[in-house]
Design a protein around this ligand. Structure first.
Ligand code: PLP
Length: 389
């Protein structure tokens, strides 16, 4: 099979580079200068970085001054998840981190908190963070050790399920805590506004939006309460993240942010229609497909499903051989397919594998047709042999 015949249905892993982002990256790569230099070349690049800051801020309704650029969402998570904060110049301790069980490993690992200072918040069978459990955890928090910090993602990367973040924020406020929201899979898919969510910090990533990999941001609500830096040095990003900025990556990130912010409803309507066709097609092909999160609010592009008797790894390889790039929920960096911690957190048998189709602005009806044709073949092979290999 030639490369051009492949069908890319793994937009939650990374989105293909947008033409506008590519153009912006290439133009910036050719610009000489360091954004911190005071000469004309440096100032031109500083202007580019500050324009990118405005575009990324606008994506989540934040002030540009509150955007700290990082090398991606993982670095932003490690910057924000720390027991050491400053309120202005005064040190402020965060005593404990409460992190939802379905967070991406970038958050679930707890950043700079000691293991014993991290507790997971369970989710319900429906895949939603359990607000009663959050209430109980925060009611039992020992404030003598410092403030509680809570991390709840806005949209889950495996299921696409939109989490009750504003309700979680209300609980966090009542207990005087801080709220960190991983919005990586939500921006460009649902409207995101840092004030409406009542979050203290948001995390976003360029490559999930069609920008280049290796750029992201930590966006804060204000400027007074800030984490102690993770990367120290020349004091870039107002001292919050040292190191020469990457203007090319940021220019591409900004182009992707502008794209994500525009025509959201129209784009998502089209993607939702494609997913509806895809899920109806799977259900028509076999009556035992389980579509996770179908009864709750999901971002429009994601479909996470299980076929009893089909392991994720086997399924992923079977689809890959059919020319379809999709993902098992959790792909480790080694390329091995692990068991989905999200399905396990939702109370499903750990042996039940999940497969994730994730669409994007470039997805077409033909992509869905190709997927469904492959799906039928995988299902009939499973019937014949008990697996899809
Ligand atoms: N958070 C979520 C929800 C993600 O899906 C990802 C990427 O897989 C990350 C964080 C990490 O993002 P980055 O690749 O920018 O470090």
């Amino acid at each position: 099979m030639t490369k051009t015949e492949r069908t890319y249905l793994d937009w939650n892993a990374t989105a293909p580079l947008l033409p506008a982002a590519r153009k912006a990256v290439l133009a910036a790569l050719d610009s000489v200068g360091n954004p911190s230099s005071v000469h004309g070349e440096g100032r031109a690049l500083r202007m580019l970085v500050e324009a990118a800051r405005r575009d990324v801020a606008a994506l989540v309704g934040a002030a540009p001054a509150h955007v700290i650029f990082t090398s991606g969402a993982t670095e932003a998570a490690n910057l924000v998840l720390t027991p050491d904060y400053r309120m202005g110049r005064t040190p402020l301790a965060i005593g404990h981190l409460y992190v939802s069980e379905i967070e991406h490993p970038a958050m679930r690992e707890g950043g700079r908190f000691a293991r014993e200072a991290v507790t997971t918040i369970p989710v319900t069978r429906a895949g939603l963070v359990d607000l009663d459990a959050l209430e109980t955890l925060l009611a039992g928090h020992d404030k003598a050790k410092g403030l509680p910090m809570v991390a709840v993602m806005l949209a889950n990367n495996e299921t696409g399920i939109v989490q009750p973040v504003t309700a979680a924020a209300e609980t966090v406020r009542r207990h005087g805590g801080l709220l960190v929201v991983d919005a990586v899979q939500a921006v460009g898919r649902v409207p995101v506004d840092i004030a409406a969510l009542d979050a203290d910090f948001l995390i976003v990533s360029s490559h999930k939006l069609g920008g280049p990999k290796g750029a992201g941001a930590l966006i804060s609500r204000g400027e007074v309460l800030m984490p102690v830096p993770l990367i120290r040095g020349g004091g870039q990003e107002k001292g919050h993240r040292s190191g020469t900025e990457n203007p090319a990556a940021l220019a591409g990130f900004a182009a992707a942010a502008r794209f994500a912010a525009a025509d959201l409803a129209e784009r998502n309507g089209r993607i939702a229609a494609l997913r509806a066709t895809l899920e109806a097609g799977m259900q028509a092909a076999t009556n035992d497909v389980i579509i996770h999160g179908a009864d709750v609010e999901r971002v429009a592009n994601t479909s996470f499903f299980s076929l009893p008797g089909l392991k994720s790894e086997t399924g992923q390889i079977a689809f890959d051989l059919e020319g379809i790039a999709l993902s098992a929920g959790s792909a480790c960096s080694s390329g091995k397919v692990g068991q989905s911690h999200v399905l396990a957190a939702m109370g499903f048998d750990a042996a039940l594998g999940g497969l994730r189709v994730s669409l994007g602005p470039g997805s077409t009806e033909e992509d869905v047709e190709r997927f469904l044709a492959a799906f039928s073949r995988v299902v009939s092979r499973r019937r014949m042999t008990g697996n899809a290999a």
